[in-house]
Design a protein around this ligand. Structure first.
Ligand code: SF4
Length: 453
């Protein structure tokens, strides 16, 4: 256990305790028959993208991320209109497939936001993925009926349509899901995507294509339509559509948020430039930084968490509205996963001193939820095996209000620097970020170490 004295950025005290039982429990999941077990429902809609997501991950460009952030914020705002928190974004899984259902009461509801809603009669043909996703949610919860909601962004011109959908057979849907899982698993094992169906996003903004990491030609086989064929009916619900449209048009505009990710609060000076000079940053997606081994270890740690029972993992959202990024929780507590190339795993006594950014990240997530503790899960790349290199720490802070204040203060410092165009008022990023930073000419942080966090 260790304590950190007060600092400009810190709550008064943090305690860090290793959780060896949890380490053993998570490591034990490695030996489960189907480990690594988990494909997401969205993986099974786009097998080729799922393949590249695992073998050649990319990071989106600044503009792309801005669009994604705006879309996520609108999605969340509409979800809040549709249902109470306990029904929203419910995680379900079975037989190696995990899904996060936008709304789950008796039956699942999937919400899609789009710039323009296609004709209902052609929806299954032009957006088959909407129904494929819904079909798989039905299979995961053992129901044949579900709702599909398609909307534009909230605002005075918002449009919506609510469809009551019925699928013929969850058994056949499961058979298709298992077949797709198997194809993806085999391709990953062979490290060869040939034979996987054509990607629907090719030439339509596919990030793997724009980052030039995929080997797709557009000549790949047609995707299966087995799941859409299970759709028996999709009936527009006039009264629900009218009520939702009215609700969307009346929604007050939110934000503008300055922090979309927790990273924006950890490295606010970088966030400043990404907001104010996005043209300097990468335009399109780029291959993700970090070695393949590091990404592999990260996925393994993530899969260990995913392999637990339904309900163990959840997503929650910052009480203040920002950062707009969801907070992943394990058994109700926020968690952060990190990988490290340190030669030996950290001891709890030195963690807060040696890896303050890890602890700070837990603090921001806990504070955004109004809590005062979280889990830090670290995998050490150089260890002889994953279990040997796994460390789980429970990080606890003295005061929840102080953490809430930390998040509020960080957001308002970033907001104020953007308003006054004074990035120098924000702490400089750590030295290791400088060399690869596209904003370093404007920022000038390299000339001085003053203000480094
Ligand atoms: S130049 Fe340095 S301080 Fe400025 S944004 Fe980049 S890494 Fe951060």
């Amino acid at each position: 256990m260790t304590a950190v004295p007060p600092g400009s950025d810190w709550p008064d005290v943090v305690t860090v305790q290793r959780a060896p039982e949890l380490e053993r429990e998570l490591a034990g999941r490695l030996g489960l028959g189907s480990f690594p077990p988990v494909f997401g429902v969205t993986d099974l809609i786009e097998l080729r993208r799922a393949y590249y997501r695992r073998t050649a991950p990319v990071t989106p460009g600044v503009e792309q991320r801005r669009r994604m952030d705006a879309g996520r914020a609108a999605h969340l705002q509409i979800l809040r209109l549709l249902g109470d928190p306990e029904y929203r974004e419910v995680r379900v899984h079975g037989d190696g497939v995990v899904g996060e259902i936008d709304l789950l009461k008796e039956t699942p509801t999937e919400l899609k936001t789009t710039r323009e809603i296609p004709e209902v009669a052609t929806l299954h043909a032009v957006r088959p993925g909407y129904f494929e996703q819904l079909a798989m949610y039905c299979a995961l919860v053992g129901k044949r009926s579900a709702r599909l909601i398609v909307t534009t962004a909230p605002g005075p011109d918002a449009q919506a349509v609510v469809l009551a959908c019925e699928f013929a057979s969850t058994d056949r849907i499961w058979a298709e899901m298992r077949q797709r899982s198997e194809r993806l698993r085999e391709s990953l094992a062979r490290r060869d995507p040939s034979g996987l169906p054509r990607c629907a996003w090719r030439d339509r903004g596919c990030e793997y294509q724009s980052a030039k990491v995929c080997a797709c030609t557009g000549e790949e086989p047609e995707p299966s339509r087995g799941l859409v064929r299970e759709l028996e009916r999709a009936v527009p619900q006039e009264a629900e559509t009218a009520a939702l449209t009215e609700g969307l048009r009346a929604l007050p505009s939110e934000g503008p948020w300055v922090a979309s990710r927790f990273r924006d609060l950890l490295y606010p000076r970088r966030a400043y430039f990404e907001r104010t000079s996005p043209e300097v940053g990468p335009e399109g997606a780029e291959p993700a930084a970090g070695s393949g081994a590091r990404q592999e270890l990260f996925r393994t740690l993530r899969a260990m968490l995913e392999a637990g029972p339904s309900g163990e993992l959840s997503r929650r959202w910052a009480a203040l509205g920002e950062p707009t990024e969801p907070v992943g929780c394990f058994r109700g507590e926020p968690y952060v996963i990190k990988t490290s190339r340190a030669w030996s795993p950290a001891l709890e006594a030195g963690l807060a001193r040696d890896q303050p950014q890890y602890v700070r990240e837990v603090a921001l997530r806990a504070g955004s939820l109004g809590g005062r503790s979280g889990l830090l899960i670290v995998g050490y790349e150089r260890a002889a095996s994953v279990p040997e290199g796994l460390r789980v720490f429970r990080v606890e802070f003295a005061s929840a209000p102080e953490l809430v204040g930390l998040v509020t203060r960080k957001c308002s410092e970033l907001r104020s620097a953007i308003a006054t165009q004074r990035p120098e008022e924000l702490p400089a990023c750590p030295g290791w970020m400088h060399e690869a930073c596209p904003y370093r000419e404007r920022c000038g942080c390299g000339t001085s170490v003053a203000g480094r966090t």
